[in-house]
Design a protein around this ligand. Structure first.
Ligand code: ARG
Length: 274
């Protein structure tokens, strides 16, 4: 009986301790009040699919980092606005812009005619091209060799587009994945014969996963692509700021420094100027 009473007392004590949750909203007030913000800059929410190293990915501390993050942060700093990066699955990313959940998207997004119908893009800030990843002992030598093979892509990417075109819309050999790393993992596991994705991400993955024993195969039939930052159609106010910031960081050497940090050389040395 005693034990029962004591237990009851403990339960009551525990209940009493659980009361505090209510004041929680109040607790955030002092934080905001203590923040020294003379002219609070507008904070724009940036959607990015952070499974795309070295462009956008999450580090050990779950912080979103990468080339894109450095570029957009530098652009924002120049243009006088603040940004908050929010990890956003690729498959819902364009919709999140449409719905107003994100103010801009920076996710290694290739500027395409089709996408331009539904959103506005900044000036291009990075050149890319599709690249094939296969096992080191694969006989694949060109894109055409993938016609009868199982090919992994990230759903709804430009890689998906080119592979779907080659294999056919109804082909069950196009294996679509939520993220590019998942497609590459499947290649390692032998579930697909090849993966087609943006060169920068494929090169980074191959270099950092030597145990996967991959090689890359390029093909001159792949069209050149350019990444742009997307805003909601008609949001010229934000787009102008972004383009101004981009031009400024290109002019003052900031862009080249960021580029060299991730890709080891100035863009002009690595790719023909566009
Ligand atoms: N550049 C390609 C495209 O626009 C792939 C981009 C995927 N980006 C990402 N963060 N998953 O379709």
């Amino acid at each position: 009986q005693r034990v029962g009473l004591m237990a009851a007392g403990l339960v009551l004590a525990a209940c009493g301790k659980q009361e505090p949750p209510a004041p929680a909203p109040v607790a955030s007030a002092p934080e905001a009040a203590s923040a020294p913000a003379p002219t609070p800059a507008k904070v724009y929410v940036v959607g990015t699919d952070a499974a795309y190293a070295p462009f956008e990915s999450q580090n050990d501390k779950a912080e979103i980092v990468g080339f894109t993050i450095d570029v957009v942060s530098a652009v924002a700093q120049k243009a006088g606005f603040e940004v908050k990066f929010v990890n956003t699955p690729w498959e819902g990313i364009f919709n999140s812009l449409q719905q107003g959940d994100r103010d801009l998207l920076s996710s290694s997004i290739t500027i395409t005619e089709e996408r331009k119908q539904t959103m506005d893009f900044s000036a291009p800030y990075f050149d890319a091209v599709q690249l094939i990843a296969v096992k080191a002992d694969s006989k694949v030598a060109r894109f055409d060799d993938l016609k009868k093979l199982k090919v992994g892509v990230q759903t709804g990417t430009t890689g998906d587009e080119v592979v779907t075109k080659l294999l056919g819309k109804t082909s069950s050999n196009v294996k679509r994945f939520e993220s590019t790393p998942l497609a590459l993992k499947e290649l390692e596991a032998g579930g697909v014969d090849a993966v087609v994705a943006d060169n920068g991400v494929v090169i980074h993955y191959v270099a950092n996963n030597p145990d996967a024993k991959f090689k890359t195969v390029s093909d001159s039939s792949f069209a050149p692509e350019q990444y742009g930052i997307a805003v909601k159609k008609g949001n010229t106010e934000l787009l102008d700021k972004i383009n101004k910031g981009l031009a400024d960081i290109k002019a003052d050497g900031t862009y080249d420094r960021i580029y060299a940090k991730y890709f080891g050389a100035a863009p002009s040395a690595a790719a023909p100027a566009s």
